[in-house]
Design a binder for this molecule. Structure first.
Ligand SMILES: Cc1cc2nc3c(=O)[nH]c(=O)nc-3n(C[C@H](O)[C@H](O)[C@H](O)COP(=O)(O)OP(=O)(O)OC[C@H]3O[C@@H](n4cnc5c(N)ncnc54)[C@H](O)[C@@H]3O)c2cc1C
Length: 481
């Protein structure tokens, strides 16, 4: 356990991050590039070890690549390209990630505590400050600063900060103290989650969903050689069932009713639990200088393993904006774009993670046309779930109308391009247009043969890219001057 740094008591920070889960830790790492003061607090004394996320998609892998932890993450993972859907033991649909346009055309299966450990190690190696065992319970705020009241053991600790980011998970205290409501639904049946060694062996290189007329279960291989089998089983209420033995017998009797061809019984359980699924989004991602990110802002069904990945994209979007505003490079209006850009994406992820229509289609599809439809849905799901194709066309940078609001991701971010590690906007110029540039270019400039499906470059000389790799503008010579 890390001790509360003496200096943190009653100290003023530019940013206070509440929550050292995956979202808060990544935000901490990203802010390190900028010269601002901040602290992460967490009520837990160490990383939570409960079974939660296992899928890490290519959008997150690109971020991890840019902060130099991808190799470590790969070292703890299984690489996988497919999610297969079996109906009555016949593979009817397959989401194929190998075709996505990314330098990482796959997803990784890795246990969430391993991801958090690697993020924490990176954060600490950058001399990031973290105070554990500190439970936030009250805040007072006005337009300029926030006073956060927390306790650690018997002691009360007061933090003053300009900005507060609630990365404090599904039951976010920051969200409730800011008076932000969650909107959406809680599914009226529970999911079961069992891990261990199964009687029958399953592929270690794909995740699969086994569907029958009576229910469904996902089978996910884990890097330690065990299997996770999870899902709503047969939709019978699990509410009154509790305790490990009761859950095991529920699971085993559900299997008999499910009519699955594969034998999903466990020889040895390493864990079994049940959980509730929410499909909810915060009414707002911001209140004044208070922001929400990750599970504090949105909750999704587990299908496709997208929730934690969405939290990573939230802070990838927020970190540079906060830093630019704090350092005076941009005015405060830019912070409005965080919710504008991220909320539609989070809503979209809620829709994507609701697999029930897709499952009904899998059950019903028989004709060639219906099977082709399934194929098309799978292609679109691969793009969406990878979180590699998000665009921010609804967002407007800094509230100003640009020449050309694009906000799609620039493909060079997907290659080794150190310039994108910088903390500024970057102008990517066509090499043959070098001589056309003014001497006093206001942006750092790199030369590259630009190619992207989304931008017609015939009339342009270059693209302006944000620190998170999104194209802001497509420039003609007139607009450069
Ligand atoms: C069974 C299951 C399977 C899942 N599978 C996937 C998957 O495959 N892929 C995927 O992307 N997602 C998955 N998820 C979701 C994923 O686990 C969450 O999205 C992720 O943990 C959210 O990270 P976070 O940092 O936003 O919040 P959390 O991980 O909840 O972290 C919040 C942190 O805030 C701290 N905190 C809370 N309140 C306070 C307070 N008052 N003061 C100080 N600290 C506080 C907590 O101690 C915690 O450390 C799964 C979830 C479950 C339950």
């Amino acid at each position: 356990m890390l001790e509360m740094p003496e200096a943190a008591k009653n100290k003023t920070y530019q940013v206070l991050i509440v929550g050292a889960g995956p979202t808060g830790l990544l935000l901490g790492i990203l802010l390190k590039k900028y010269n601002i003061s901040y602290l992460i607090i967490d009520k837990l004394s160490s990383i939570a070890t409960t079974a939660r996320a296992v899928m890490l998609h290519s959008g997150s892998l690109e971020i991890f690549d840019s902060i130099g932890i991808l190799d470590k993450v790969i070292g703890k993972s299984i690489e996988s390209k497919y999610i297969s859907f079996y109906f009555n033991n016949y593979r009817k649909a397959i989401i194929d990630f190998s075709k996505i346009d990314s330098s990482h055309p796959f997803y990784l299966l890795i246990k969430q505590p391993d991801i958090e450990r690697i993020l924490l190690e990176k954060y600490l190696s950058l001399n990031g400050e973290i105070s554990r065992g500190v439970n936030l319970y009250a805040i007072k705020y006005n337009d300029e600063y926030i006073l956060s009241d927390a306790n650690r053991l018997e002691e009360s600790v007061l933090f003053e900060s300009e900005y507060l980011v609630g990365c404090d998970g599904a039951s976010s205290k920051v969200r409730s103290l800011a008076g932000i409501e969650m909107v959406g639904e809680t599914l009226d049946f529970n999911y079961i989650l069992a891990e261990g060694y199964t009687q029958e062996t399953f592929s270690m290189h794909e995740s699969s969903m086994y569907i029958s007329d009576k229910g469904l279960l996902s089978v996910i291989p884990l890097p330690d050689g065990t299997m996770r089998i999870a899902g709503p089983c047969n939709f019978e209420s699990l509410r009154t069932i509790d305790g490990v033995d009761e859950l095991k017998s529920y699971y085993e009797s559900a299997l008999a009713k499910l009519n699955m061809q594969k034998n999903m019984r466990f020889i040895k359980y390493t864990q079994i639990s049940k959980y509730t699924v929410h499909q909810k989004i915060a009414g707002s991602f911001r209140k004044g200088n208070i922001f929400l990110a990750g599970d504090a802002a949105h909750l999704h069904a587990p299908a496709g393993g997208q929730a934690m990945n969405t939290g990573f994209q939230d802070v990838w979007n927020l970190a540079w904006k906060l830093s630019f505003v704090i350092s005076g490079k941009e005015d405060k209006n830019m912070l409005d774009t965080y919710e504008k850009e991220r909320m539609p994406i989070a809503n979209d992820v809620i829709q994507t993670a609701n697999f029930f229509d897709f499952i009904s289609k899998i059950r019903a599809s028989e004709t060639l046309n219906e099977m082709q439809d399934l194929d098309e849905i799978c292609k679109s799901l691969a793009r969406k779930i990878s979180q590699n194709y998000m665009d921010y066309k609804t967002g407007s940078l800094n509230g100003k109308k640009s020449h050309y609001q694009i906000m799609t991701k620039f493909p060079m971010l997907k290659t080794e391009h150190q310039e994108f590690d910088s903390c500024s906007y970057i102008f990517v110029c066509r090499p043959d247009c070098r001589s056309l540039l003014p001497e006093n270019m206001k942006w750092k400039t790199v030369f590259s043969d630009i190619s992207t499906d989304n931008v017609d470059l015939k009339k342009s000389i270059g693209l302006l890219i944000r620190p998170d790799g999104y194209i802001i503008e497509n420039f003609s010579l007139e607009s450069i001057g």
